[in-house]
Design a protein around this ligand. Structure first.
Ligand SMILES: Nc1ncnc2c1ncn2[C@@H]1O[C@H](COP(=O)(O)OP(=O)(O)OP(=O)(O)O)[C@@H](O)[C@H]1O
Length: 632
């Protein structure tokens, strides 16, 4: 075979030119910022690694001479490890998650951090005080506000005692001098924008910054980085890698592609290396509702399978139906892997369904509707629920199992009753241990009369000081504990939605904490789009159940055509805002595009017939790919 003269017989090298294009932007003399537009399975990680290898090959010595580095921000620790490994642990690259990168840049600026916190706390207290002046004294809302003001004032009062601020991206940051996760991002973004010296030092240290999964990177930070890039366009290049169709977190920047400053390049990749032909056509069609990006499958890809199974919403025993769907898929595809649940990836489009099936629906309904809580609640980092999942639950479980050793270890690590300062200052450390044991006994006594509520657990822990309680929970408990006042006052000054949500959380039985904890730790038998970001699986089954979803956030029935769009959906569309249909489309795209060989979609709907007609008419599926029920 003559490589030079033979005609190209395959498309598998279609996107190879993109890597050279990106390499040309990564020029120290004339850096060019870019946003790599590329859909699912297009090999964005490979492009990222190749871009970095190019920089190392061309500029290693030049960069090293001036102690400069190349920064890479990834979404998860796992992605960080993977990229670092592929770069063979090259010290030229600083590969970090967003929080740890932000912290690495501001750590040590203690005086500046203190002033930022002081201003921030003062502003928050001023807001709460103004609200209090407008509200009614003695109400639950007032009790919650006063508790928040008190916590903030206490923190403000102690600021000057703190010499060194700390932060750990992977833990709860319970110490007094610790910053929380969102503070770290805000501080870094503010410093970048407002401190010109920091900006100059930053671009000097990192002439190139590449961000993976940029569609989900915190928008405050992206905006700050775009401003830095504009101010130093001839010395600094920002490379954003991502897929706008895979934006699943609400704090990511919407329409990032429209916000790119002048001079940016937008290289594109068209080949899908992951999925078979049928699935690439399906995800193209799903995507066509949002943008014009079209992918092509590799020439050597197989055709694969995609099937949609539709059942009535009130179908009894859904898990058995889903087992039968897998059996059907095994027969259809000849792939026995479908017969084994563990060899299939079962995804849900929305969390509500998982919450219902796993038994923490009430907890989900309390917190998830609140937009500012949702992301953290669903990834397990929300401080009020983390208090229950990471402080209380492990201790209760260990004690109930009779594992005294573990219980003591947990308390030593996390309880303020046994903090180093307390033990050092105590003349009789044994007394402290006794106090801690009494606090544990008091907590466990709550189970004597059946399962306690989260509120009862919280009140007990507050009274013994067994664990540090997050401020939000203190405010909620203050609201719950406030003596009832005149109802007209309560009506005139109701608690805000955040406090109301936390009050609803306190009403939940504590039994809901364990299944919720295992769900957010991805230990449950089903996973969601968030857990499978960036991953791929041979067989994917996607479960959709609007009856379980209650529709406050998702509406695949609308996406698939069983329901009309609501007035607010139409209004959002007109205003170019994200609607529930847009969100659902993206989740649908992320989940379907994980499949490497075959895909089974299972939907429970109030109107399976309408969905069937719609998906065929819209070209998502062919008639023989949609099954109303299972053949007997
Ligand atoms: N040039 C290539 N040749 C062959 N296989 C490739 C190539 N690029 C990527 N792949 C393979 O295609 C699959 C998808 O790649 P990767 O996960 O990097 O895509 P991605 O763009 O990050 O996808 P997503 O956004 O869906 O997570 C992987 O199995 C990867 O090994």
């Amino acid at each position: 075979m003559n490589v030079e003269t033979d005609p190209i017989v395959s498309n598998v090298t279609l996107d190879d030119g993109v890597e050279a294009e990106i390499a040309s932007y990564l020029d120290l003399e004339k850096p060019t910022s870019f946003f790599l537009f590329a859909g699912a399975g297009s090999g964005k990680t490979r492009s990222l690694v190749n871009a970095l290898k190019h920089i190392a090959a061309k500029y290693r010595d030049t960069l090293r001479l001036r102690a400069r580095h190349v920064a890479v921000i990834t979404y998860t620790n796992a992605a960080c490890d993977e990229i670092t490994r592929r770069l063979e642990y090259d010290p030229l690259f600083v590969v970090k998650t967003i929080h740890s990168f932000a912290w690495s840049q501001v750590q040590g600026f203690n005086a500046d951090i203190r002033e930022w916190l002081r201003a921030n706390l003062k502003a928050e207290i001023a807001n709460l005080t103004a609200e209090e002046a407008k509200g009614r004294a003695g109400t639950k809302a007032s009790a919650a506000r006063l508790a928040s003001i008190e916590s903030k004032q206490r923190r403000l009062g102690r600021l000057d005692e703190i010499k060194t601020f700390t932060y750990n991206p992977n833990s709860d940051n319970r110490e007094r001098n610790a910053l929380n996760h969102s503070e770290v991002i805000k501080i870094f973004s503010t410093f970048l924008l407002e401190k010109s010296l920091m900006q100059r030092m930053f671009v000097e240290k990192y002439p190139f910054l590449l961000i993976d999964e940029s569609q989900d990177t915190n928008k405050v930070l992206i905006d700050a980085l775009l401003a830095v890039q504009q101010a130093h366009a001839n010395r600094f290049a920002l490379g954003l890698i991502g897929d706008t169709m895979q934006r699943i977190y609400l704090d990511g920047k919407e329409h990032i592609e429209d916000a790119l400053p002048p001079g940016w390049k937008t290289p594109q990749k068209a080949l899908n290396h992951r999925s078979p032909g049928r699935i690439v056509r399906l995800i193209n069609k799903i995507r066509s509702g949002a943008d014009e990006q079209i992918q092509v499958p590799r020439d050597d890809a197989s055709e694969g399978w995609a099937r949609l199974f539709l059942f009535p919403i009130d179908t009894p025993d859904k898990p058995t139906i889903e087992d039968r769907v897998r059996a059907y898929m095994a027969e259809l595809t000849g792939d026995t892997g479908w017969s084994d649940r563990d060899q299939c990836k079962i995804l849900t489009l929305e969390h509500h369904m998982a919450a219902k099936r796993m038994g923490f629906e009430q907890l989900f309904e309390a917190i998830a509707p609140i937009e500012t809580f949702r992301t953290a609640f669903l990834d397990g980092s929300f401080a009020p629920t983390r208090f229950f999942t990471h402080s209380v639950l492990p201790l209760v479980t260990a004690t109930q199992r009779g594992d005294k050793f573990l219980a003591t270890k947990l308390i030593r690590e996390a309880s303020p009753l046994l903090s180093k300062d307390i033990l050092r200052g105590s003349e009789k450390p044994l007394d402290q241990l006794r106090t801690a044991q009494t606090a544990i006994d008091s907590l466990m006594s709550l189970w004597a009369n059946g399962e306690p509520t989260c509120g009862a657990v919280l009140a007990n822990v507050m009274s013994t000081n067994l664990f540090i309680v997050p401020d939000g929970l203190k405010a909620a408990l203050a609201a719950v504990s406030a003596e009832p006042t005149v109802s007209t006052d309560e009506e005139a000054d109701p608690v805000g939605e955040n406090v109301a949500a936390l009050v609803a959380l306190l009403d939940c039985p504590f039994t809901m904490i364990a299944p919720y904890a295992s769900y957010v730790a991805h230990e449950a038998s089903f996973d969601t789009h968030q857990g499978v970001k960036g991953l791929e699986f041979d067989r994917v089954m996607v479960l959709m159940d609007d009856g379980d979803a209650r529709g406050f956030l998702f509406g695949y029935d609308k996406l698939l055509g069983a329901k009309e769009l609501s007035a607010s959906d139409l209004k959002s569309a007109q205003e170019g805002k994200d609607s529930s249909v847009d969100r659902t489309r993206r989740l649908f795209y992320v989940t379907c595009s994980r499949a490497k060989s075959s895909l089974a979609l299972v939907a429970y709907s109030t109107d399976p017939g309408a969905i069937k007609a719609h998906v065929i008419q819209s070209g998502l599926f062919d008639e023989d790919e949609v099954l109303l029920g299972l053949p007997t």
